[in-house]
Design a protein around this ligand. Sequence first.
Ligand code: ASP
Length: 326
Amino acid sequence: MFRHTRRALLALAALVPLALPAGAQTYPARPITMIVPFAAGGPTDTVARLVAEAMGRDLGQTVIVENAGGAGGTIGAQRVALARPDGYTLLLHHIGMATTPTLYRKLAYDPVGGFETIGLVTEVPMTLVARKDFPANTLAEAIAIIRKEGDGLNYGNAGIGAASHLSGLLLMKSVDKAMTTVPFRGTAPAMQELLAGRIDLMCDQTTNTTEQINSGAIKVFSVTTPQRVAPLPNVPTSREGGLPAFEVSVWHGLYGPKGTPPEIIARLSKALQAALADPKLVARFAELGTAPVAAEQATPAAHRAFWQADIAKWRPIIQAAGQFAD
Ligand code: ASP
């Protein structure tokens, strides 16, 4: 009797792996594509490449970063929402995932229900930067020029819903003056225009501006976080500079398409946690003014809760501003 039960149990145990979706057993069996919804060489791309390389080491597979910039990040996000949910197409996106659902009323994909969360990655300070010969040296002087020149100034951003767009709105609202906005596929091309002096101002993550600021290639007026940023010790916070309402930091998260099997999401989340503990990644993040989130934040549940709270936080702000992409 016992032997029969034992045999039955063994037979059952042998069947268990079959209960997992075929792909989940051997995942990952081939390279994974991580879509960045902005141009190569920009701040989101920089974070993604560091994470992809370290995740690849844990997964034993290459994680290839592909840039699909444009339309404030919605082109890249759409690619992932509509991709096969097999763990081979991922999205590394930022705070735009929380603002897109309100900013864009017509999209060809579901900006919330179209995704599975894998984990939060990092939160990056923004900086207000200007071309090298911009005629101001402090935030107060920059504000005076913005108030005087208004739409005679060109403000570069990465499209509606981008962090640079949101920060620009916040800045223009804080100083009560609009500038002319010039959208790019990401802030990497916008930075080239700033370096060439063809645009005047931009807000961008420290992951793209720290080295340009410290080499003197561009000017900086403030960091948009409550505390100063370690690699930019002489840059005042917006609050110190007299503009306390100009505070924003840019969180990043990793997503898969809706329907990606839970086992695969769990494997990816584990790889993300390993990546965020990688000393090389931690050191490079620190040089760029940021740090990885704690391991418990790099989980699907913590990520979803944070994302949902941020959607709820931004919705009334966007609605009150009457700012829609369509
Ligand atoms: N910094 C950009 C933004 O404004 C995105 C990027 O190019 O990474 O959202």
